[in-house]
Design a protein around this ligand. Structure first.
Ligand code: LHQ
Length: 259
């Protein structure tokens, strides 16, 4: 359910249930989580590139998995979130390596919100983001209420979540919700080039940079200055910093090892 290949430091992850628009069942959840955990531990993984197989990126939860017509007790969706979605969201945010998301087609429900949790999001111009939850009586999850409100502010976040109207990729980029909308045919090449570039970067420093930016919204300036000091201290001890300065002085491209 998740295709995984490691190429030159980039762990390519492809959600792979295309006939269900890559919606999540338990198996796909566990497969994705296992791969992100691998990215965390493996030194040879220096960037992650997440995309979807077929014409969609991810349609959120597989709604066929929980058909109310089959009867039985009402489901405990809180447990579903705690067991499956929330760990993955935390893993993506806490992974101290860049996570690039290439949204190749529709991203709905938790599918959209998992994309928004990634560090750099590129989307095909034909892709759309749908907060589909209100259509089925649910609330935004997978971090969506957090990221939409923080990135967009209440007026746009509420309108998207309450109406479930689709947001096209270019507008998502205009609103700052994603990094870039690109021509459909160019999406994968551009995302792969970006992932390759980041995988050749100073991974330790990039990971610390991610931590800093993510801490900014809840830190005071004083707390953030302290954190910058601590992170810069760590970065300053890295081999990549020595290499970066040496390469600059020698007027050549640096060769970073990620540590
Ligand atoms: C699907 C799905 C799908 C199964 C398309 N499931 N088959 C967390 C905690 C616990 C429980 C609940 O949820 C959550 C988080 C959530 O994510 S809730 C939100 C769940 N997602 C949705 O409500 C989106 C449902 N899908 C759609 O609205 C449409 O499929 C979109 C707008 C994504 C795409 O529309 P189209 O491009 O017109 O494609 P389609 O609807 O024809 O879908 C293609 C196939 O994929 C179709 O199967 P079929 O056998 O008829 O070809 C769909 O049934 C299947 N599919 N989404 N979530």
């Amino acid at each position: 359910t998740v295709l995984a290949t490691l190429q030159a430091g980039v762990l390519h992850l492809t959600l792979n249930r295309p006939d269900k628009l890559n919606s999540f069942n338990e198996e796909m959840h566990l497969a994705l989580r296992e791969q992100i955990e691998r990215a965390h531990h493996a030194r040879d993984v220096r960037a992650v590139l997440l995309t979807g197989a077929g014409r969609g990126f991810c349609a959120g939860q597989d709604l066929g998995d929980r058909d109310p017509r089959k009867g039985g007790p009402k489901p405990d969706l809180g447990r579903t979130l705690e067991a499956f979605y929330n760990p993955t969201l935390r893993l993506i945010r806490n992974l101290e390596k860049p996570v690039i998301c290439a949204v190749n087609g529709v991203a709905a429900g938790a599918g959209a919100n998992i994309a928004f949790a990634c560090d750099i999001v590129l989307a095909a111009k034909s892709a759309k983001f749908i907060q589909a939850f209100s259509k089925i009586g649910l609330v935004p999850d997978a971090g969506g209420s957090w990221s939409l409100a923080r990135i967009l502010g209440e007026p746009r976040a509420k309108a998207l979540a309450l109406t479930a109207e689709p947001l096209m990729a270019e507008k998502a980029a205009d609103w700052g919700l994603i990094w870039k909308a690109v021509e459909d045919e160019a999406l994968m090449a551009e995302a792969e080039a970006l992932a390759a570039r980041l995988a050749n970067g100073p991974t330790l420093g990039l990971g610390l940079t991610k931590r800093l930016i993510q801490s900014a919204a809840t830190n005071t300036l004083d707390e953030q200055l302290d954190l910058e000091r601590d992170c810069q201290q760590i970065a300053g001890h890295s081999d990549d910093y020595a290499e970066g300065v040496t390469a600059f002085l020698e007027k050549r491209q640096p060769v970073f090892k990620g540590e």
